[in-house]
Design a protein around this ligand. Structure first.
Ligand code: NDP
Length: 338
């Protein structure tokens, strides 16, 4: 498959041009372009330009308002609520971030409930800046049913990602970001597109039988949770945090209410931020946790999550970012036909 090499700035501009041609205003297009170009920069192709067909489809169908202006409200000392007004998540996240950081510094811990947003991205781009600001951060979101609860036959949970960021002083934060599914649906879609098999235990076919065929998992099949019943409980918890707390749709309701245009359904997101200087060990938490992380990273074969992305980031700054020609061509097509 042919590919071309682009800089992060070129990808950023490509996304803006594509979204602007399809009804996004400057603020929304720029926020989305930051998210998408950073995904490509960090080697997260499944949440980069690959998502443009879904973004464009949901603008064209009118499901998503590309000109939405999110509103931010501090509904209690420690809770920030952001209404995305039917826009994409990145602008709502950017608009609410400072209020969440301030609420966490004021109270030691704070939450942010995002409602009426359309989330189609990886979570680390939104957690990393909060951890860079010196706070512990967590984020959770839901989607449409794609994951079968442990012991059941039909999907009920979304792929429900959760992300955790830990500040490390002068170093880049530790950030892990993972789906509750055995494999992110975007990765299975890429495997299906490229004709690759996926490991057994990733998902089931339409009859509920285990399969390694990525296309069968996408076409009427479903994913399995990671780690059996333990991943199933995490996925359930995310449903409750995101939908149960905010009043937004559970994944099964999002499915019922979505127009299935290929873009993300309307939904919510839940974030937490914790100030480590307000949790009883202000003078020592950083040194103490760095000792632990030094122990971890010193173990042969162990990995500090986030380090792979940071390595990709550095490599891509030098060598450019490989983009599939077909993905680039589809963006050009969206611009011409917007
Ligand atoms: P991966 O399984 O690829 O990685 C999960 C995390 O594990 C990463 O942070 C990774 O760090 C870390 N990791 C990998 N190997 C090790 C190791 N040996 N030891 C310790 N940590 C390790 O992620 P998923 O496929 O589950 O998810 C991919 C993306 O999909 C996520 O960004 C998620 O937000 C997104 N997603 C979004 C959804 C949405 O609705 N918006 C739905 C579902 C998923 P590192 O980066 O350093 O490799």
């Amino acid at each position: 498959m042919t590919q071309l090499f682009m800089t992060e700035a070129e990808i950023y501009q490509l996304v803006i041009d594509c979204l602007a041609a399809n009804g996004c205003n400057k603020d929304n297009a720029e926020a989305l372009a930051r998210t998408i170009s950073r995904a490509e920069r960090d080697g997260c192709a499944s949440h980069g330009l690959f998502r443009m067909p879904g973004y464009v489809a949901s603008l064209r169908s009118g499901k998503v308002d590309g000109c939405a202006t999110p509103t931010v409200e501090r509904i209690s000392p420690a809770v920030v609520r952001v209404d995305g007004h039917r826009g994409y998540a990145p602008l709502a996240l950017e608009r609410g971030r400072q209020a969440l950081i301030e609420a966490a510094r004021d109270n030691g811990i704070a939450a942010m409930a995002l409602v009426n947003i359309h989330h189609f991205a990886a979570l680390w781009p939104e957690v990393e800046p909060i951890a860079e600001a010196g706070l512990v951060a967590m984020a959770f979101t839901t989607y449409k049913p794609a994951v079968v609860p442990a012991g059941a036959k039909q999907p009920l949970f979304g792929t429900n990602p959760m992300c955790f960021g830990w500040p490390r002083g002068d170093r880049p934060p530790l950030v892990f970001d993972q789906a509750s599914a055995a494999m992110a649906r975007g990765e299975v879609m890429i495997a299906a597109r490229d004709g690759h098999a996926v490991p057994l235990g990733t998902g089931v076919d339409a009859q509920g039988e285990l399969t390694t065929d990525a296309q069968q998992i996408i076409d009427g099949g479903a994913l399995l949770p990671f780690g059996g019943h333990k991943g199933s409980t995490i996925a359930m918890m995310i449903e409750l945090l995101v939908a149960g707390l905010t009043g937004m749709d559970f994944s099964y309701q999002a499915q019922e209410n979505d127009n299935n245009d290929g873009g993300p359904p309307n939904g919510g997101e839940f974030m937490l931020a914790i100030d480590p200087n307000r949790c009883g060990d202000a003078d020592n938490w950083l040194e103490h946790s760095e000792e632990f992380l030094a122990r971890l990273s010193g173990m042969p074969g162990a990995h500090i999550p986030g380090d792979r992305r940071y390595a990709n980031r550095a490599a891509h700054a030098d060598g450019g970012i490989a983009v599939k020609q077909s993905v680039y061509d589809s963006c050009q097509q969206f611009m011409r036909t917007g």
